[in-house]
Design a protein around this ligand. Structure first.
Ligand SMILES: *[C@@H]1O[C@H](CO)[C@@H](O)[C@H](O)[C@H]1NC(C)=O
Ligand SMILES: *[C@@H]1O[C@H](CO)[C@@H](O)[C@H](O)[C@H]1NC(C)=O
Ligand SMILES: *[C@@H]1O[C@H](CO)[C@@H](O)[C@H](O)[C@H]1NC(C)=O
Ligand SMILES: *[C@@H]1O[C@H](CO)[C@@H](O)[C@H](O)[C@H]1NC(C)=O
Ligand SMILES: *[C@@H]1O[C@H](CO)[C@@H](O)[C@H](O)[C@H]1NC(C)=O
Length: 374
């Protein structure tokens, strides 16, 4: 037993068995940023900074890549559909299939996050599970606001919204939502670092420029609250409706909770293609994934639910065998079913983590015998 436990620890909680699948015996616990110690916060941001200071491995695919962090940013641009994106005035150049506003949005980003978490651990000495950003506690619902978030602390966070620069358009930002401010992040661990790809679909040449943000406090406050925005979303019963309402404008709110994090932080984060240029992207998408995990935990049906179109224009029909495209230098392509269960209970998947809910998050009252969480 002792030997077994030891092996599990060395092998990072994931044991590969003969048929190539894995069993998850000791899931990593992803926790809210706000419950991490100062030391844990510094360990995380130091590991991300290490990705910025390590050479890219994907230059055979994306020759302009400079850093290991670029390997992730470039893949996100690539999978958002760069080939079709040259004409950004026609449907935002966004003709898919891609990874947004379609069925694979949640599983693709879940897999992407898992690879990022593993890379922080395997290549940059990070020891814990990936943390998440519980947006709701940074709203007026909890007597706070976006700029007061612990995430934007200049020492134990990601730096703030930056100081104003001349406004300019953010090429390739989500159609209909042009950025009015682009501020260089000038404090915190990422101050002075340049990003490489984008803005928008650009993967052809490096365009080194500052990491930029532009807070939209009111949009965020109206779209990222727990009772008002997250609870109704968790009560959706159809997978694709749940997915869709995370991103689209909702009645009474400018955006769903996924849109709230992107448009609230602003700058690079607003960009459909190059949003993964901001390390905040991964904090935000950990919480998007947490929301999906909560939703899956609400019933047996939700746990297995997957449906929706292949393309954001509504065409095609996805299945659990639909592919999640990565790149050879990051991770293999896998079918959706490989990432449906974060704890891989039936042994056919690859993941091994779960979320520790933030005490501030209130799971919605749900009237139904199936709901095991209540
Ligand atoms: C993404 O990059 C791969 C490898 O270079 C390429 O084959 C593929 O066409 C790209 N995907 C899109 C949607 O452009
Ligand atoms: C871009 O898309 C718009 C709208 O579909 C179209 O009118 C325009 O001709 C396209 N421009 C180019 C250069 O393809
Ligand atoms: C929807 O997008 C797909 C590509 O993802 C394209 O093949 C198809 O023609 C489009 N359909 C419509 C109705 O625009
Ligand atoms: C960042 O990019 C700007 C604009 O291209 C350049 O002037 C500056 O030297 C770069 N900074 C670093 C640290 O590479
Ligand atoms: C914030 O978003 C709203 C839309 O909800 C928009 O009208 C406003 O101009 C945005 N403010 C900034 C500073 O971008």
């Amino acid at each position: 037993m002792l030997l077994f436990t030891y092996l599990v620890v060395i092998l990072d909680s994931v044991l590969t068995v003969a048929d190539g699948s894995t069993t998850c015996t000791n899931p990593r616990i992803r926790r809210s940023w706000n419950v991490l110690s100062k030391e844990e916060k510094l360990q995380y941001t130091a590991a991300v900074k290490c990705l910025f200071e390590t050479r890219a491995q994907g230059t055979a695919y994306f020759p302009a890549a400079q850093t290991r962090f670029d390997d992730f940013a470039s893949l996100h641009i690539n999978q958002t559909s760069p080939r079709d994106a040259k004409n950004i005035t026609g449907n935002g150049g966004f003709t898919g299939p891609g990874i947004h506003l379609n069925s694979v949005f949640l599983p693709w980003h879940r897999y992407f996050m898992w690879i990022y978490e593993n890379t922080l651990r395997d290549e940059c000495g990070y020891k814990a599970a990936h943390p998440y950003w519980d947006w709701s506690v940074d709203t007026s619902e909890y007597g706070s606001s976006l700029p007061k978030s612990q995430l934007f602390d200049s020492v134990y966070g990601f730096g703030g919204g930056g100081k104003a620069k001349a406004p300019r358009e953010n090429l390739g930002s989500t159609p209909g939502h042009k950025v009015s401010v682009l501020n260089c992040v000038d404090d915190g661990p990422f101050a002075g670092l340049n990003i490489t790809f984008g803005p928008g679909p650009n993967l052809d040449q490096p365009t080194p420029r500052c990491l930029n943000r532009g807070f939209n406090v009111s949009l965020f406050d109206a779209s990222a609250q727990w009772q008002k925005n997250a609870v109704p979303l968790l009560q959706e019963t159809d997978y694709f409706t749940f997915t869709h309402k995370m991103s689209y404008p909702l009645t009474g709110a400018p955006f769903g909770v996924h849109g709230a994090g992107h448009f609230g932080v602003g700058g690079e984060m607003i960009n459909l293609w190059s949003s993964a240029n901001d390390p905040m992207f991964f904090m935000h998408h950990a919480q998007v994934d947490h929301m999906w995990s909560m939703w899956q935990g609400m019933s047996e049906a939700n746990a297995k639910a997957f449906n929706g179109p292949i393309s954001p224009n509504g065409t095609g029909l996805s299945t659990l065998d639909s592919p999640l495209y990565m790149t050879p230098f990051l991770a293999p392509d896998l079918p959706v079913k490989a990432v449906m269960d974060t704890e891989n209970k039936d042994g056919s998947g690859i993941l091994c983590y779960k979320y520790e809910d933030n005490p501030a998050e209130k799971i919605p009252a749900y009237e139904g015998p199936e709901n095991a969480r209540i």
